[in-house]
Design a protein around this ligand. Structure first.
Ligand code: DON
Length: 327
């Protein structure tokens, strides 16, 4: 009997999720695919997909959840954790602060205004370029390799890099190059400008689907413990620091609104991905994941801040219906 009830509940949750995805998909037309990277502009903007992974490996998904997209700024979370593991948190925080900016992700203004020019946080480009320059390895190839190895540990598969997106970014990375040159001049960049840029743009060009990023969210929700593989991948301290950064800086200069209205540690990327971590807690009895979960969303039409428009709306709805707000 208990099985029948839970089966019914599972079916109901799937029906709800399918309905919500179809409803919020209609809002995608109010956003646009990122056009400053030519390869991203070609994507079908009306896609919307979501995958949620629980600690026992249960997956609930809907819409274009199998569609692949590039990691973009979600990679900043992974590189930050990998750098903390390689060099220790104090070393990394000496080079990148943990303060939100309220500026656009690629803004250069604060680097000069605030001496000595330490990037405000690792979720903006200045911080991510600095982190990319200090990843483990002596060359860009070795550094990206340490990123890939760490990604594989969390997600369970070795990802590929979308060469077309990488080339497209590389050829249009004028502002990122400017940021990297500035950071080199102030002494924060530990590699050459071209190496840091190559590592950063390659990590942005890694191919994922919603379930992959949901897995990353799940490990974060479990404070660095992989509940499916039953392995502590990084420390609780690093996980908590990362989640605090996601809450304060993860959704660009809409992070305040996101925390206020959705209330989840999350990170987005301009290709339309959002990764969120839902901690283990007993909440609404109707929640399909009372023991927490990771959420991955994909909706390539983004808003003026660079966040998936339909994806953010869908996540807000899910968080409200299933009582996922951490605050
Ligand atoms: O730096 C860029 O332009 C991108 N490759 C990353 C963009 C992104 O997702 C926004 N970053 N916060």
């Amino acid at each position: 009997m208990a099985i029948a009830i839970s089966f019914d509940q599972d079916k109901r949750n799937q029906v709800y999720l399918d309905k919500w995805v179809e409803h919020y998909r209609t809002y995608a037309k109010e956003g646009q695919c990122a056009s400053y990277i030519p390869a991203l502009e070609k994507v079908n903007p009306s896609q919307l997909g979501v995958a949620m992974v629980g600690p026992d490996g249960t997956v609930l998904k809907s819409g274009e959840c199998e569609a692949t997209f590039t990691l973009q700024s979600i990679s900043k979370v992974i590189s930050f954790i990998a750098a903390c593991l390689d060099f220790g948190t104090p070393y990394v925080l000496d080079r990148v602060d943990v303060e939100p900016t309220g500026d656009a992700f690629n803004s250069i203004v604060r680097l000069e205004v605030h001496k000595p020019g330490r990037p405000f946080n690792p979720m903006i480009n200045a911080g991510a370029l600095t982190v990319a320059s200090l990843l483990g390895g002596r060359s860009s190839l070795e550094k990206i390799e340490s990123f890939l190895i760490f990604f594989e540990k969390m997600v369970g598969k070795r990802p590929s890099i979308n060469e077309e997106v990488f080339q497209s970014e590389w050829q249009t990375a004028h502002r990122n190059r400017a940021l990297a040159y500035y950071l080199k001049e102030t002494g924060f960049l530990e590699s050459t400008v071209e190496e840091a840029l190559e590592v950063y743009l390659k990590q942005c060009s890694i191919v994922v689907n919603t379930e992959d990023i949901a897995m990353i969210g799940l490990v974060l929700a479990y404070d660095g413990f992989h509940p499916i593989r039953r392995e502590q991948i990084f420390s609780k301290e690093v996980a908590r620091l990362t989640k605090a950064l996601m809450v304060t800086c993860g959704m660009y200069n809409a992070s305040g609104k996101f925390a206020a209205h959705i209330g989840l540690p999350a990170k987005s990327g301009v290709s339309g991905g959002i990764m969120a971590a839902v901690p283990a807690r007993v909440s609404s009895p109707d929640s399909p994941f009372p023991h927490g979960c990771g959420i991955g969303l994909f909706g390539p039409a983004i808003d003026e801040y660079g966040n998936s428009l339909a994806g953010s709306m869908l996540l807000k709805h899910i968080a409200r219906e299933w009582d996922f707000n951490i605050f």
